[in-house]
Design a binder for this molecule. Structure first.
Ligand SMILES: Cc1cn([C@H]2C[C@H](O)[C@@H](COP(=O)(O)OP(=O)(O)OP(=O)(O)O)O2)c(=O)[nH]c1=O
Length: 195
């Protein structure tokens, strides 16, 4: 079987691949992400996922390399990870009581082929009070996450409704990913092979 490299430092992406008994190594990309403002949200996450995957693939051309990127979009404003506490407050205020879209782009590269796609998920937040936002920020959860929240943690209480793939919001649309990986010759292995 070909070797799979996850070009990501995200602990969530690791967990989601491991959950599916996929064997992989982690080599995070070191590129400075370039955001092209002329791209649509779908194109943007695909472009960022490709930049990450290509950066690692250039140094490991024998492998299959997987890169991903997640952003939160509300009223055509793209939100990545917050720069600081006040940025997190502003972001959560703007998401309060509204529906936003979480886009995750995925790029899988090998010498033979490539697969790039994005998944959009609609997330609706409850109306959040200033105190609720402050308390949530105190958990420290927002700082390494697009849109300043983590649906998989304490951020779950902010979410009223979701339409689409939960795992894509967490950072990797894992069911589509494992299906695509099959066509790259990467499949689920037995638990003993992983340990
Ligand atoms: C919306 C949301 C995002 N996130 C995370 C997923 C991603 O890790 C992060 C978005 O940042 P990304 O830039 O997509 O990824 P990353 O910097 O964490 O990792 P890498 O570039 O090395 O792959 O936000 C959650 O964990 N839960 C959520 O509910």
């Amino acid at each position: 079987m070909k070797r799979l490299i996850l070009a990501s430092s995200s602990p969530r992406r690791k967990e989601l691949l491991s959950m599916n008994s996929i064997k992989y190594e982690v080599i995070p990309s070191t590129i400075q992400e370039v955001m092209d403002p002329t791209l649509s949200s779908e194109e943007l996450v695909c472009s960022l996922a490709r930049q990450k995957a290509e950066d690692v693939w250039k140094r490991h051309k024998d492998a299959v390399v997987l890169g991903a990127d997640t952003v939160v979009v509300i009223d055509e404003t793209v939100m990545g990870k917050p720069e600081d506490r006040s940025d997190a407050v502003r972001t959560l205020q703007s998401l309060s009581g509204k529906t936003h879209t979480v886009y995750t782009g995925v790029c899988i590269l090998s010498e033979e082929k490539e697969c790039v796609f994005s998944v959009a998920t609609e997330v609706t937040f409850w109306e959040l009070s200033a105190a609720e936002i402050e308390n949530y920020i105190e958990t420290g959860e927002p700082f390494d996450k697009a849109g300043s929240y983590g649906i998989q943690g304490r951020g779950s209480r902010l979410v009223k409704r979701i339409e689409g793939d939960y795992y894509s919001v967490v950072g990797l649309p894992v069911s589509r990913v494992v299906r695509e990986l099959d066509s790259f010759g990467i499949s689920t292995v037995s638990q003993e092979d992983i340990l």
